[in-house]
Design a binder for this molecule. Structure first.
Ligand SMILES: O=C[C@H](O)[C@H](O)COP(=O)(O)O
Ligand SMILES: C=C(OP(=O)(O)O)C(=O)O
Length: 349
């Protein structure tokens, strides 16, 4: 028996939700969906292991808050991805879960109606519906695995996964990552600490055992095989860390541990002081480094939306501006297309 004097003192409710298997029955996958995810996963593994010489480009909104604009963005990105496919492999950033420095909106899965009602079951449904739509376009998706249970609901539709700067050192996230099917990228810490990402890569390559839920929603011990397909993501810290001297220092650190250096650079976050337009400077530097012979930079990330900028979430949601980020500032689609084309021209030359 639960004694109310010692248990659940700070819990207001416990609400059962749909099981992973039931959610998947509501949004079943066709061969086309599976093909998109599988080819995406395999191509990314090949880029990370160096057998595919193209550069991986994770491009899309800081967060998804509006399914309609996310679908429009995906359509535009697919056209661009096909056009630039000889030089870069574009994967759409489809981020449903936002880590917060203190408090704030935690993303579409947590609070789909952006009103603190936190209807997580509806959030999972909306997320899955969007992922199925994007996979049907033939565009692979990239996400951040922040919650450690929700992957049972939606992870099968991601071709690449990030562990964020605030969770790279977390044992629970490392356990989970050791069982993921996709490549996992680990961000350096918010203070710029790169060692935690390197430690994560080593931890995640090993098998782990931990408690989670199974597809039927039952509590289960998950036993993993270990995930050898990982890489580091430099996202800046107290200072940016995309310039050649930082890249070289990370290359040396990885080589000392007998890890082949494969590095992704996040052009956003602390590499651009969260100023979306500065992403262009970071991407141009990467293009220069690659054009000069750098072999370790295997990918980059760009935060981009239909329209430029950022907006606070208004109480009256009808005042939301269409296609504008509600979290970090994003580039508009036209600028995104321009800087991606310039990047391809530069690395080709
Ligand atoms: O990518 C988005 C943000 O940088 C991250 O979620 C932290 O946001 P916050 O510092 O505004 O909470
Ligand atoms: C939160 C993010 O990044 P970081 O973990 O680097 O802050 C993000 O990419 O959305």
């Amino acid at each position: 028996m639960m004694d109310p004097r010692i248990e659940n003192l700070n819990v207001s409710a416990e609400q059962s939700i749909i099981t992973p298997v039931k959610l998947k029955e509501l949004y079943p996958l066709s061969e086309k969906h599976i093909d998109t995810v599988y080819k995406g996963q395999e191509t990314i593994k090949n880029i990370v292991n160096g057998s595919d010489k193209r550069i991986l480009a994770i491009v899309g909104p800081c967060s998804i808050h509006d399914i309609k604009s996310a679908k429009e963005y995906a359509q535009k990105l697919k056209v661009l991805a096909d056009d630039l496919k000889d030089d870069i492999f574009i994967v759409m950033r489809v981020y449903f879960e936002k880590p917060r420095t203190t408090v704030g909106w935690k993303g579409l899965v947590n609070d789909p109606y952006m009103d603190n009602s936190c209807e997580i079951e509806d959030g999972l449904k909306q997320a899955r519906e969007l992922l199925v739509y994007i996979a049907a376009l033939g565009l692979p998706a990239a996400g951040e695995a922040l919650d450690i249970v929700t992957p049972q609901y939606i992870q099968d539709l991601f071709s690449w996964t990030a562990i964020g700067a605030r969770t790279t050192e977390s044992q629970s996230h490392r356990n989970m990552s050791s069982g993921l099917s996709s490549v996992v990228g680990f961000k350096n810490g918010t203070d710029g600490n790169v060692d935690i990402a390197v430690n994560a890569m080593q931890a995640v390559a090993a098998p782990h055992n931990f408690v989670s839920i199974d597809p039927k929603g039952k509590v289960a011990v998950i036993r993993t095989l270990g995930n050898p397909n990982t890489h580091i993501i430099l996202r800046g810290g107290k200072k940016p860390n995309f310039e050649a001297s930082y890249i070289e220092a990370v290359e040396n650190k990885l080589s000392d541990l007998q890890i082949v250096p494969r590095i992704m650079v996040d052009c956003s976050h602390a590499n651009s002081s969260k100023k979306a337009k500065k992403q262009e400077i970071v991407l141009a530097s990467l293009a220069d480094q690659i054009a000069k012979g750098n072999k370790s930079i295997m990918g980059f990330m760009i935060e981009s939306n239909i329209n430029f900028g950022q907006q606070s979430i208004p109480t009256d949601l009808s005042k939301l501006k269409y296609g504008v980020s509600v979290t970090d500032e994003c580039l508009d689609f036209e600028s995104t297309e321009r800087i991606l084309r310039e990047f391809c021209d530069r690395i080709r030359s």
